[in-house]
Design a protein around this ligand. Structure first.
Ligand SMILES: C[S@@+](CC[C@H](N)C(=O)[O-])C[C@H]1O[C@@H](n2cnc3c(N)ncnc32)[C@H](O)[C@@H]1O
Length: 488
């Protein structure tokens, strides 16, 4: 283990997994739902702490040429990848700093101009107390009054079940931390698991899957890191209070809907708890929230949530299905009644983008509440918030082309297509990245066969026909939305 990594498993790169909650536009939706006044503006300053390979940093910088986006990480190999892509895409507003968060001095922090947004996805529960103290110092010095912070972290009690499993894997890896050690530990775990009284968990099932479903590089970061430990939401809130941060809400929008959170009897128990930490703890007991995605603000200003939500403008990111999707959590599910869904789909198809209040008005009697509409449309990734007029921007195009060239289309993965309209990234797998890039490169949307031959020159006729059919399906589903969101 290298001393500079402070126990973090830094020997192999982390996988890229772009989250919609990394879009400040999504965070504005969370604020509106909670009745907190916050919106992105054209000169936003954003920092991604523990930015890994810098994909989110580059996507946000590309979608918003007026913003400054700073990525900080301690692992040089990962940063190099992000910096190279920023250079290839000509993103002068994507900045990268190699630094150990535990060691940034007050003088260094003073040199960072005040930030509007700080995000940490997958960092807080992975790092030592010293690094956490460094994060708090960073937030205290660098997040401006009224600024917001997003934290995605492993949460107790649900993630506690994996605590002993993590320790076991570290022993099975012989205290090494690279991807090869993780592969070895997973193989050993499969051998010893039948004889051990391990508590069942979703992660255990994934670790034992044969053939393996988890890449060893991911398992190294997740399980071979010395300080990994999930935390109670309340304790995180307590720590962040030192940086004057207050909890705004969960970035998983469905959690705002009582019918989806818990069964009715459980909801009654929750309602009896005092609002705040106790109620959140209660929800963590009922909902399997092993990973929480939470938003905080430094100095909340209140706004009427109904008015704030009504002003949000939405556009569809996929063709809306004929029937309402059912949003399910394992604890409950909701779907919209048929006439309301039909009216919603017709209104969005006709107008392309609509303020939420207007959408609700056009649905008419029986329309769901504004928060329900947001949960069902954004929570299922069928729609995204819209911040600008539909327009393609050169920086977003350069990023989308460079990202597609970097990630081979057969990998799957969770990436972002930079969208100036959404002021952030639209989630995409590697094939979608490749198809958007091909369109930007002049491919004929009416000739999927030619594109299949270009992407996969070695395929026989049968394979080519299958690839062309898959491409047609994705193109039909995605082209209108990519146009609407300024991607192509
Ligand atoms: C689990 S990864 C998450 C990466 C990225 N946020 C993402 O979601 O893809 C944690 C990241 O934190 C970084 N990290 C760990 N300790 C750090 C420290 N002391 N200072 C800065 N970055 C650190 C690691 O290098 C790694 O890239």
């Amino acid at each position: 283990m290298a001393a500079w990594s402070r126990g973090y498993a830094a020997a192999s790169p982390y996988r890229i997994a772009f989250q919609v909650a990394q879009n400040p536009g999504h965070l504005a939706v969370v604020c509106a739902m909670a009745g907190v006044d916050w919106q992105p503006h054209e000169a936003l300053r954003v920092a991604d702490l523990g930015c890994g390979r810098g994909h989110a940093v580059n996507a946000l910088a590309a979608a918003n040429p007026g913003w400054t986006v700073l990525g900080i990480d301690t692992t040089p190999g990962q940063l190099a990848e992000g910096m190279e892509l920023a250079a290839r895409a000509g993103l002068g507003n994507a900045l990268f700093l190699e630094a150990d968060l535990a060691r940034l001095s007050e003088a260094e922090l003073e040199r960072i101009a005040p930030l509007d947004v700080v995000m940490l996805h997958g960092v807080w529960s992975w790092v030592s107390d010293e690094v956490r103290a460094g994060v708090l110092r960073f937030l205290r010095h660098c997040l401006k009054p009224g600024g917001i912070a997003y934290l995605g972290y492993n949460a107790l009690p649900a993630a506690g079940v994996d605590f002993a499993l993590q320790r076991l894997l570290r022993h099975l890896a012989g205290d090494r931390q690279d991807a090869a050690a993780a592969a070895l530990a997973m193989a050993r775990l499969r051998e010893v698991a039948p004889a051990l009284p391990l508590r069942p968990s979703a992660m255990l099932t994934r670790l034992l899957a044969d053939p393996p479903v988890l890449e060893p590089g991911f398992v190294a970061h997740e399980f071979l890191t010395a300080h990994w430990r999930p935390v109670f939401h309340e304790d995180l809130c307590g720590d962040l209070r030192a940086a004057k941060l207050d909890f705004v809400g969960s970035c998983n929008l469905f959690e705002a809907l009582p019918a989806l959170r818990c069964e009715p009897a459980e909801n009654a128990l929750l309602e009896a708890l005092p609002e705040g930490g106790a109620r959140e703890f209660g929800m963590d007991l009922f909902l399997p929230r092993g990973f929480r995605a939470d938003l905080f603000i430094r100095g909340p200003r209140r706004v009427d949530p109904q008015a704030a939500m009504a002003r949000l403008v939405l556009g569809a990111t996929r063709p809306l299905p004929a029937e309402s999707p059912s949003l399910g959590t394992g604890r409950g599910s909701v779907a919209m009644a048929e006439p309301a869904w039909e009216a919603l789909a017709a209104a969005l198809a006709e107008a392309e983008v609509l303020p939420l209040g207007e959408l609700q008005r056009r649905i008419g009697p029986g329309a769901p509440k504004l928060a329900e509409l947001l949960a069902i449309l954004i929570g299922t990734e069928l729609a995204a918030p819209v911040f600008r007029r539909p327009e393609r921007k050169p920086a977003a195009t350069r990023f989308n082309l460079a990202a597609a060239a970097q990630h081979h289309w057969a990998e799957g993965g969770h990436y972002a297509l930079a969208s100036p309209v959404a002021a952030g990234g639209l989630p995409a797998n590697a094939l979608e990245l490749a198809l958007a890039a091909a369109l930007l490169d002049g491919a004929d949307p009416d000739d999927p066969g030619a594109l299949a031959r270009r992407l996969e020159p070695g395929l026989e006729e049968d394979g080519l026909a299958r690839a062309a059919a898959r491409i047609t399906e994705i193109w039909e589903a995605r082209i209108p939305a990519w146009r609407r969101f300024g991607v192509i």
